[in-house]
Design a protein around this ligand. Structure first.
Ligand code: PRP
Length: 181
């Protein structure tokens, strides 16, 4: 690992333990439903979705959705635009939206409304991390991995300028790391 690797905030072991706990809870809650449709929000959710889905003991299918947000925190409107929709029909199905991180909450709120309009049997949410202090809108996270502070986190799907997504842990990027890369 290079000297400027991000400082570990949540270790690989802690992540894997928590993901297994979440998967056990989800498997128990959904019980004997015919199928859970897991919808990963690109790009960041791809690793969490992969690990979580492989640990479930219930039938599941995988979809992806892509959105684009404008300006993040600098845009109070939190405008979010759909870039790629799910391929399958979710009407009458149980849907679990899978996010890597919930920051302001605008993305998840938009997705819940948009997917809800397709008349699924239910819509629930899972997120690996939440920046509780950054919330601008109220959104329910049914399955949450960790609460974190207002830091720039990378790894386990999360990026800084498209870097660091494949780190096995969640780390904090500090200005020194960014300049040294
Ligand atoms: C991140 C994350 C969420 C969104 C959360 O995506 O994956 O989708 O931001 O932010 P919010 O709660 O403030 O709406 P990002 O825009 O960084 O795209 P990426 O997943 O492709 O990296």
């Amino acid at each position: 690992m290079s000297d400027n690797a991000p400082e570990v905030l949540i270790s690989e072991d802690r992540i894997q333990t928590r993901v297994a706990e979440l998967a056990a809870q989800i498997s128990s809650d959904y019980g004997d439903i015919a199928e859970l449709v897991m919808i990963g929000v690109l790009k960041g959710a791809f690793i969490f979705l992969a690990d979580l889905s492989r640990k479930l003991s219930i039938p599941r299918t995988i979809e992806f959705i892509a959105i684009s947000s404008y300006g993040k925190k600098s845009a109070p409107s939190g405008a979010v635009r759909l870039v790629m929709d799910v391929r399958g029909n979710i009407e009458g199905k149980h849907v679990l939206i899978v996010e890597d991180i919930v920051d302001t909450g605008h993305t998840l709120k938009y997705l819940m409304g948009m997917l809800g309009s397709h008349r699924p049997a239910s819509v629930k949410t899972a997120a690996l991390v939440r920046k509780a202090e950054s919330a601008e809108v109220d959104v329910t996270i049914d399955y949450l991995g960790f609460d974190i502070g207002d830091e720039w986190v990378v790894g386990y799907g999360l990026d800084y300028a498209e870097q660091y997504r494949t780190l096995p842990y969640i780390g904090v990027v500090k200005p020194a790391n960014i300049q040294a890369r």
